[in-house]
Ligand binder design. Structure first.
Ligand SMILES: [Zn+2]
Length: 80
């Protein structure tokens, strides 16, 4: 390895909001994550969404009306 061009790569911990701490190596220090391998819904089988900033609600509001309208036929057979 060349000197002086590589970022510092050392031991650090990834802390999940569920309390799980993963030890790893990274150029970053004290990484914080919202979901990890031990609290992911796929592994736990439970629905667990951490909606910190109302993002899910925003998403629903934005796309729900469209989704409801979608099945309605677009073809309005109008003849000129
Ligand atoms: Zn977690």
């Amino acid at each position: 390895m060349k000197e002086g061009i590589h970022p510092e790569y050392k031991e650090t911990t990834i802390t999940c909001v569920c309390g799980n701490v993963i030890e790893t190596k990274s150029t970053k220090k004290d990484i914080k994550i919202d979901i990890c391998s031990s609290c992911h819904p796929f592994i736990t089988g439970k629905q667990k969404l951490l909606d910190t900033a109302g993002r899910v609600e925003k998403f629903k509001r934005k796309y729900a009306p469209k989704a409801e309208v979608a099945p309605v036929t677009k073809k309005t057979t109008k003849k000129a």
